[in-house]
Structures are given as C-alpha cells and as structure tokens.
Write a protein that binds this ligand. Sequence first.
Ligand code: R5P
Length: 285
Amino acid sequence: MIIVGLSNSRGLAKRIASHLRIEYQELYVHNFPDGEMNIRFMNDVKSKTVVLVQSLYPHPNYSLLEVLFAASTAYDLKAKKVILVCPYLAYMREDKRFNQGECISSKVVGELLSHAVEVLITIDPHLHRMHNLREVFDITVHNLSTAELIKEYIKENFNDAVVIGPDIESSNLAKRVRKDSLVFRKIRSGDYKVEIKARAKELEGRDVVILDDIVSTGRTILEAMEHLKKARSVNVIAIHGVFVGGALNQIMKKAKKIVSTNTIENETSEIDVSKLIANQLMKLK
Ligand code: R5P
C-alpha cells in the first residue's frame, strides 16, 4: 500500500503514511497556461494498492478532476487497487431536483467516483435528505465519524463550556459530543440569509462552544453568536472548515477561539483526523 497526497490534502496524507509507516509520494500536478492539467506519479505504483488522499475543497470541481485523472492513471500503470480517502466530500447536499431540469449533483459525483476507484473513505459527509452514501455510490464506502475526537478536544480544552448546535442538522453531533448540549433553531432563506431562534438567557456569563459539522459562508455561526453576546466567551468548532470568502475573519473578530479538523487544511485545522483514517486503512491492508 502507498499513500499519495493530492493538491488539497498533502499534510494529512503525509501524517497518514507516517502512522502506517508506509511509502508516501506526492502527486505531481502541473497546470498549463490554458488551465489544462497534467498529473504524474513520481514513483512506481505497479501492483500496489494506491491510496489517493484528496478533500474536495478548495476548488471542488478542479480537485475532483484531479482525483479522476490520478485514479485512471494509477490503473493504467497497473496499480492493484485504488482507494480514495476524501475527508471532505463536496456536492453531497445537492441530493434532489429542486427546480425543473436541474442536475442532482450528488448522484453525478457518486457515479464518477464509483467508476474511478474501488473504495471510498470519507468523514462526516454533509448530508441533507440522503441517509446513506450508498444511495449514490455503488462501491464500498467507509463513513468515519469525528465525534469521539471532538468530544476529547472539548474535554481537554473547554470542559466547563456549554455546547451548542446551531441548527437541527448539527444536533446529532452535538448530542453525541455532550448529552446536555443545547440546539438552536435555524431558518435559512438563501445562501447568505439565515435566521436563528434561541433562548439563550441561561448562557449569560458562561463559556460556550458552538459546534457545527461545516462552516461555509459563516452565516449560521455569526447569527448564532448574536444570541450569545452576554456569554463569557464564545468558541467555535467545525468539522469541515470551508470558510468561504471572508467568513473566517468575520468569525475570528467575535470568537475567542475557532478550531476545525484537518479534513480541510487551513490555519484553524487543529483536530487531526489522520489516525482515524490510518486505523481504517489498516483494516483494508
Ligand atoms: C446545515 O445544514 C449545516 O449544519 C451548517 O450549519 C451549514 O451548512 C453552515 O453553512 P453556513 O456557514 O453557510 O451558514
């Protein structure tokens, strides 16, 4: 087995390889002036199980194509098997035709990746109406959860804080991490239009952690914070720190601390998922 780091997840890929004490190689990626892509394996992959590590953020479309090129090339070079570790799996929210003629993107991405690789390992995919990734993938899928890692992080860093899920979608995670967590209500009427309903009187003077599976535009977190002005401190934990545009800066101005996992690598990704992934890969060796 060898671990191959693609553009978005090289740090994570290296950590996985070092846990497993196996070969790591970086995929060479060159972009031509016209935007076309050229990729290359720098070491031999023949007869090996090749593990591609790539989150589909940033640049979801481009990074998906990089996976497809890499997987196809690995098989062309006679790899035994290709496994994709895709800690942040983009496009899973679009699981329904909302408007006539619309593409169901989760289905298309599921089909493309199911044709490209044999096994998918992902982490806490952001699902809305879909209950199981098997609805769009017909390969083996291992869906890992960061709940235990986050529970541990909160215990070590914010043991006395109140944990809040800002909306129903985050309630499962919040309750798994802390049984007595509170869950706010959210009404979303547009990409940047979010309203949060909360009774936050009991949070006055308390340290608070807002826990969400994903922070994208940051609107959910920022609106939740509006109800927490009298808290002693407000901290934010996200599994997937997408932070579109200036979201991170806006949250940083108001939060005492903001932390995410390294499913997406950025300056907040303090909670390391490499061991979780390495443990799963050990079972597939
Ligand atoms: C909702 O489905 C999720 O749990 C997140 O709260 C949401 O996707 C965050 O998005 P944004 O940062 O754009 O408000």
